[in-house]
Design a protein around this ligand. Sequence first.
Ligand code: ACM
Length: 263
Amino acid sequence: MRLGIVQSSPQFGKKQENRKQIEELVGDQQADLWIMPELALTGYEFKNHAEAHDVAEAIPHDDSTKWLADFCGERNCSAVLGLAERDGRHVYNTAILCGPHRYVGRYRKIHLFDKEKERFDVGNLPFPVFNIGLARVGLMICFDWRYPEAARALTLRGAQVIAHPSNLVMPFCQQAMITRALENRVFCATANRVGSERHAGRTVHFTGESQIVSPDGAILLTAAKDKPQCIVTEMDPQTADDKHATPFNDLLKDRHPEFYARQ
Ligand code: ACM
């Protein structure tokens, strides 16, 4: 299977331009699954909940879901995209998965980072895993990396590949995702963005270095720190079905949840 990441540089509020940038970055490169950044079409630094709500979209009826499904149809692939989702009064920082001309499913970010707490509602759906035929794909978003429970929940639900749309601003995630891959023996694909946004007198820089990590903790590919680009690798999702760390240690079977509950 070919797994690809689109590391784009969204401009705040410019959905059309941001979609076009993604299409141009992908060009005629081929992947079976493309992963794009968090909030890849709107940008990140909303003033508040009301502003995020104004640009957010109903899923799957509004334009961006249709755009992604068409993107997949034209390329005969699946794709994961981060976007702002409106549902009644609520607004979620969401990732959707589409296949050729169809919407497959969504995840609403549970662990909101910093001022996201003023802009979004906390996700209200369990961590999802979708079978796209070639692989079972789990979804989490950016700051979920700081909670090992997220990647573990996806692993326990059968994910072979964790798709991780991101807008990273702190330097630790790329290293931490090596551990998430190792402790779960899954592929971890972090699609980060580059560029910066200015809001309320502060500039936020996004750190690039999108990466794909194997179940052995090997970094298969890393993107640049500071420029938009795509990275694509061949990988075998079934590698993630073998949970042995040594012939005697199956990482999932050897868990002892009876000792993990809080006293
Ligand atoms: C983040 O969760 N966007 C840092």
